[in-house]
Design a protein around this ligand. Structure first.
Ligand code: DGY
Length: 340
């Protein structure tokens, strides 16, 4: 990027923001670059996005902006796509790499928040927290305490099967250990002995993990290999008493298969933060079942986490446009196409 990145000329760089972002974004980017933004919480229209891409040097987007081949083909000046998310399945990374466009994301800073929400779903489901709240609010709590009232299941001494043992999967394992759970995991590669010992975690083939776990929690990126991985057949392998939790990407689970399994009580329940289509459509079969707990993609939704995601996403843009290594690069091969 050499001479283009000369600090005296960076003011000529335009950065397009597809949403309102937290304060660190403007603090980091505004003194350096020309900023244009969609000053809204709603997604920018497709035509507007394509037209902004024609003149942008940097793009700060979210997971609901589709940055596909068509969008990238319009981007003649673009040097970086910085997504305000850990997941980057909404970006065509191969096309970006071929066009010499850096793709960056915001891992690490959202690990704890997402792992916390996973445990929140497990606890709320297994201890029927929302059901109990609704019972009171609807004025239907009409019996004094009795021994068999609203019984749930323990976490302690139960087995959690974690599918995907990266940062978030391991953070879930750490928390689950605190609750006295046994940890099994499945991952594309077995992790080091040291990590297994530290987390007291045992590797399992996927089918075995599904058959033996009391809670199955998904922590995978969405790729061609993981799309629909948790099919109805896979769900059927689970114990009737087991719960399925997904805080990663909705497309990994076959939603109609899951709804069928829940309706037939082939598993005990599901806690979902992510969906095939977001927001969830009115026709979703998931809205027709009872033994389910749904949250609207809240994994990273804490003030502190979103602030840190803003710092990271903006720093990535600043760095690449100034010719400095970004904090978290997705496509390291791009360096060969367009060295910094
Ligand atoms: C991500 O970052 O990929 C989450 O889904 C949203 O924070």
């Amino acid at each position: 990027m050499g001479s283009e990145s000369n600090p005296s000329t960076v003011r000529d760089f335009t950065v397009y923001l597809t949403r309102r972002f937290p304060e660190p974004v403007s603090r980091i980017l505004e003194p350096l670059f020309e900023i244009t933004l969609n000053d809204s919480n709603s997604p920018v229209g497709r035509d507007e996005l394509l037209s902004q891409l024609e003149t942008a040097d940097g793009l700060l987007c979210t997971l609901s902006d589709e940055i596909d081949g068509e969008a990238l083909a319009r981007a003649q000046r673009l040097k970086i796509v910085s997504t305000y998310s850990a997941g980057y399945d909404h970006i065509d990374v191969d096309v970006a790499t071929n066009r010499g466009i850096y793709v960056t994301n915001t891992p690490d800073v959202l690990t704890d928040a997402t792992a916390d929400l996973t445990l929140a779903l497990m606890l709320a489901l297994s201890r029927r927290v929302v059901e109990g709240h609704n019972l009171i609010i609807s004025r239907e709590w009409d019996m004094p305490w009795f021994p068999s009232f609203m019984l749930g299941s323990d976490l302690s001494k139960k087995t959690i099967g974690i599918i995907g043992f990266g940062r978030i999967g391991r953070a879930v394992a750490k928390r689950a250990r605190g609750f006295g759970m046994k940890i099994r995991y499945h991952n594309s590669v077995q992790v080091s002995k040291a990590v297994e010992v530290e987390l007291d975690a045992r590797y399992s083939p996927l089918e075995t993990l599904l058959m033996e776990s009391d809670f199955v929690s998904i922590h995978l990126p969405l790729t061609n290999k993981t799309r629909n991985l948790i099919s109805y057949e896979m769900i059927k392998l689970m114990k009737r008493s087991a719960y399925l939790i997904n805080t990663s990407r909705g497309m990994i689970v076959d939603e109609s298969g899951l709804a069928d399994a829940l309706r037939r009580e082939e598993i005990a329940g599901a806690g979902l933060d992510v969906f095939n289509t977001e927001p969830l459509t009115e026709s979703s079969p998931l809205l027709e079942v009872n033994n389910i707990l749904l949250t609207p993609h809240l994994g990273s939704a804490t003030v502190g986490t979103r602030y840190r995601m803003g710092e990271m996403a903006a720093s990535n843009i600043r760095n690449v446009l100034l010719g400095i290594e970004p904090v978290s690069l997705v496509n390291s091969e791009v360096r060969r196409r367009r060295p910094l």
